[in-house]
Design a protein around this ligand. Structure first.
Ligand code: EPS
Length: 401
């Protein structure tokens, strides 16, 4: 089983993440890992924090001479902003001599839509900072680091992952505009919103500008596409083995994600079967069958079918509004505007990078389940043998596979 656990506060010293279950013998590219962290920091609509940080992962354990050893991998990402927060976030009982930064007042007015109120009730905190520091989407940097290891494992076997932003507020890519993996992968990294349609992207930016001027925030949607995914990952035989359910959880648990769709997603409810299901035709290429469409997003019965895996996620607007919503001051229980924390106006492109990481993690886990072994060599042998078995089985029936 591949799994990870993270720790770290948004303005604490660092984020740490432990990845357990990575096989031995994977050659790691730390520059590629850091490039993923950089991607997460980008996108039009982000706040001033991203100008302070320059996220870089340090590998503390589980890797020797840039190869995984099979031991748990520990990664650390330092928060540069810590120096501005030490007086507020120190770990010791008393503020250490010479602590840097400023001492901030307690946060007592929960922001609607954030974890503030529910967290303060649940954990018994009077200073909501104890909630928001951990609930912050800063934690997603740890996920991108963990997901990047999974991505590097998958890449060894030809699985690639890309994403694109399909909506910012009500500026939405048309339903019939199907974005190919190559198109998503080809989006320049400096594209402000990582949308495949340049004209639409301009309108999306204007939408964000308007929200910023109004002291408001915006959400949106993105799609993750994984190509080269072998058929047979996941299973229909038990509820918790269905890969669509596992992908759903992995995306739903990203901060501010409120809905997930597989393939054409919720549209399946509004169309007849003939415009939902993908016909199965005799093969003309190297796959078992031709599928003229991929509305199912590469998953049937919770199992990958060899087509691209396509998953969409829908993000709510960020909960910190510069023109705050009404709230209650929990010290006096009287009405008061919600607290204002420095924040982003829109973080949809960043969330898409986090989504890629989470999808990579789930696919790598399912991949190891099917082709598992303790080293890359063992997995490789199993992977090749399975592909060959499938080829021979169908070739015997006249297939060109
Ligand atoms: C984030 C860091 C945070 C926020 C954002 C995500 O930094 P700060 O709170 O210092 O501005 O920019 O988190 C939120 C929007 C949130 O509501 O928690 C990051 O590294 O992605």
């Amino acid at each position: 089983m591949l799994r990870f656990l993270s720790a770290g506060e948004s303005h604490g010293q660092a984020l740490v993440v432990t990845v357990d279950g990575m096989p031995a013998g994977l050659q790691l590219d730390i520059d590629a890992l850091n490039a993923q962290l950089r991607r997460r920091q980008g996108g039009y609509g982000r706040g001033r924090r991203m100008a302070i940080e320059s996220d870089q992962a340090e590998i503390l354990a589980g890797v020797r001479h840039s190869r995984t050893t099979g031991a748990p991998i520990a990664l650390l990402i330092r928060n540069r902003d810590w120096v501005n927060w030490q007086q507020t976030m120190y770990v010791e009982a008393e503020m250490p001599e010479g602590a840097s930064g400023t001492k901030r007042a307690d946060v007592t007015r929960p922001r609607p839509g954030h974890a503030d109120l529910a967290g303060a009730i649940k954990y018994g905190h009077d200073d909501i900072r104890d909630v928001l520091e951990r609930a912050s989407a800063r934690e997603t940097a740890a996920r991108v680091a963990a997901g990047s290891l999974a991505r590097q494992l998958l890449a060894q076997f030809g699985v690639q992952i890309a994403s694109h932003v399909s909506a910012i507020g009500d500026v939405v890519l048309p339903e019939d505009r199907i974005v190919s993996f190559a198109e998503a992968e080809g989006i320049p990294e400096d594209a402000p919103l990582r949308c495949v349609d340049a004209e639409l992207q301009q309108r999306m930016m204007a939408f964000i500008d308007n929200a910023r001027e109004a002291g408001d925030t915006v959400g949106g949607a993105f799609e993750i596409i994984a190509s080269g995914v072998p058929p047979g990952l996941g299973s229909y035989v038990q509820w918790d083995r269905k890969l669509d359910g596992r992908l759903g959880q992995a995306l739903m648990c990203i901060h501010a994600i409120k809905a997930v769709g597989i393939g054409i997603g919720p549209d399946v409810a509004f169309r007849p079967g003939s415009r939902v299901h993908d016909e199965i035709l005799p093969p003309t290429g190297t796959t078992v069958a031709d599928r003229p469409t991929n509305r199912a997003g590469g998953l049937e019965g919770g199992v990958t079918n060899g087509e691209d895996v396509r998953v969409s996620a829908f993000m709510k607007p960020i909960a910190t509004l510069m023109k705050p919503l009404r709230s209650v001051d929990l010290t006096t229980m009287t009405e008061a505007p919600a607290a204002i924390e420095r924040s982003d106006v829109c973080a949809v492109p960043a969330a898409a990078v986090v989504g890629e990481a989470m999808v990579a993690f789930v696919l790598a886990d399912a991949f190891l389940e099917k082709f598992g072994g303790d080293s890359i060599d063992e997995i490789d042998a199993h992977y090749r043998a399975t592909a060959e078995q499938v080829r021979q089985r169908f070739a015997a029936r006249g297939s060109v596979v």
